[in-house]
Design a protein around this ligand. Structure first.
Ligand code: 5AD
Ligand code: SF4
Length: 491
């Protein structure tokens, strides 16, 4: 395992899948939009919402940039060289735009996401081909901003009006429900107030804001009726969720999950990403009580050294983390734990790094994502003394990843012979093959008819591969219970 795939700038989804509000086929004056998504799952969600708001304007998604009337880069700023990568991509897009212009075709270019938020006007100054710079809270205004840009003004919209964005998302509830893939994201919270000293999120995404319970429930119900079987609730600090309910009370994530688990057709719930400080008893109990809440938890700790945790402003100690993990495992013994680690934070000594390795050995992760510390301009860490040399960071990263990879293999191997529920999501690479997900978020490949896509099936794990599990259909319910290997849940 190298790093967290959902956060790698190289991991791009160029075509945004058609979602429930995609323009109906009969729209005549069709224009094409190409969206390239960098970074986290929240960006994937936002890209889908961008194509949704553009659909009534006659835009259809395309995965061919050269064919696009509008190109949007939905960018990520979490780690190094993000802005530079955007500028070099804009250099490539300039050539495409020029070629289109020679044949009399227009191509508007927009930069969205966290680099847009962080760089603002600098983007259109350095890359004059950019017509529109739009921060993560302003996507609902895209049609209006686009029409202004078409009249020749350079648009930079980086306001933090998150309520307007959330309200707009909910207004889509009026639109007809079209079919959607079995697994979908749903943003419930944005922004972060934690201010870890290495992180740009509080600056690019702003303060923590939660959507209202009613908005979320409506969106989840729509998803269920559109064929979604698994919903992953998203937020930069998702377990800090504190949404207002209709009776004026404030709900935490545990209570929200309980409510969502009542929705017919939603077989599975997940959430990401959580902070240890916000892992309250109600959420831990929800893992114990809710059959629909999958036994997987991504709970980044970043470092195992108290000194580094303090300097990172993580607001907890390694012992707090151990105690928390004990409580979680007591409630859900078979939970797969995942985490994020940063090596080479300023001041990290060999002993601090050893403390991190020790923490990993004690916790035993099912998977984890790890990164070399990168100085982010404007964050306190960037100007701290004792920056760690790159080669030492690389050495530590390799050691840490070797340990995590051993733990991941052991966790995967422990599933051999088990029968577990698998949500079948899509066709596999080979004919007759489907790919799904285990309760512990492992990909599972198996032979099964296409008609089963979108259903949860009992699958026996018969082989363990390096990146996925291989399974066999048709274990009966009794067998599953006998194996005693189904999700460790009381409910
Ligand atoms: N350097 C390295 N890794 C970082 N992350 C966030 N900021 C930085 C940085 N400046 C990692 C953290 C976080 C994940 C999303 O990205 O591990 O949990
Ligand atoms: Fe960044 Fe997460 Fe820390 Fe918030 S809690 S500042 S998103 S690392």
């Amino acid at each position: 395992m190298t790093s967290r795939p959902d956060l790698e700038a190289e991991t791009t989804t160029s075509a945004v899948p058609a979602s429930e509000n995609t323009a109906p086929e009969e729209l005549t004056n069709t224009r094409k939009v190409f969206v390239r998504t960098y970074g986290c799952q929240m960006n994937v969600y936002d890209s889908e919402r961008m194509t949704d708001v553009l659909a009534p304007e006659g835009f259809k998604a395309t995965d061919d940039m050269e064919d696009a009337d509008l190109v949007i880069l939905n960018t990520c700023h979490i780690r190094e060289k993000a802005a530079e990568k955007v500028y070099s991509e804009l250099g490539r897009i300039r050539k495409v735009k020029e070629a289109r212009s020679k044949s009399g075709k227009e191509m508007m270019v927009g930069v969205a996401g966290c680099v847009a938020q962080a760089e603002g006007e600098e983007i259109s100054r350095r890359a004059p081909i950019v017509d529109l710079v739009v921060g993560p809270q302003s996507y609902h205004q895209l049609p209006e901003l686009l029409s202004k840009a078409r009249q020749g003004s350079k648009i930079v919209e980086t306001e933090f009006d998150i309520d307007a964005k959330f309200n707009h998302l909910s207004a889509n509830a009026e639109k007809p429900v079209l079919k959607r893939p079995p697994s979908a994201f749903l943003t419930v919270q944005e922004g972060c107030d934690k201010f870890c000293t290495f992180c740009v999120v509080p600056y690019t995404r702003g303060a923590e804001v939660s959507r209202s319970v009613a908005q979320i429930v409506t969106e989840a119900e729509r998803m269920a009726s559109a064929g979604v079987r698994e919903v992953t609730l998203l937020g930069q600090n998702v377990n800090a969720f504190h949404g207002e309910a209709q009776d004026g009370t404030t709900w935490g994530l545990g209570k929200l999950l309980r409510r969502l688990s009542e929705i017919d057709g939603l077989d599975r719930l997940r959430y990401t990403t959580s902070h240890p400080r916000d892992m309250d008893d109600d959420l831990i109990d929800a893992h114990r009580d809710l059959k629909t809440l999958m036994p997987y938890l991504h709970l980044p700790v970043q470092s195992g050294s108290d000194k580094i945790l303090k300097s990172m402003n993580r607001r907890h100690t390694r012992d707090d983390y151990f105690r928390l993990i004990d409580r979680i495992r007591e409630a859900t013994p078979d939970i797969a734990l995942s985490g994020d680690f940063i090596v080479g934070f300023p001041g990290e000594t060999d002993q601090d790094f050893e403390d991190t390795m020790d923490l990993i050995r004690r916790v035993e992760y099912g998977s984890a994502f790890s990164f070399k510390y990168s100085q982010r301009p404007g964050t306190p860490g960037a100007t701290m003394d004792d920056q760690v040399p790159e080669d030492l960071k690389s050495e530590r990263l390799a050691q840490l990843q070797a340990l995590v990879s051993e733990q991941q293999k052991a966790f995967n191997a422990s599933r051999l012979g088990m029968t577990c529920d698998v949500l079948l999501e899509k066709k596999g690479r080979n004919p007759g093959q489907l790919v799904g997900k285990s309760p512990w978020l492992q990909p599972v490949q198996l032979d099964a008819p296409e008609s089963l896509i979108g259903s949860v099936q009992a699958v026996e794990i018969v082989e363990i591969g390096p990146n996925s599990l291989f399974g066999r259909l048709n274990a009966g319910q009794d067998e599953r219970d006998d194996a005693g290997a189904i999700q460790a849940k009381a409910g």
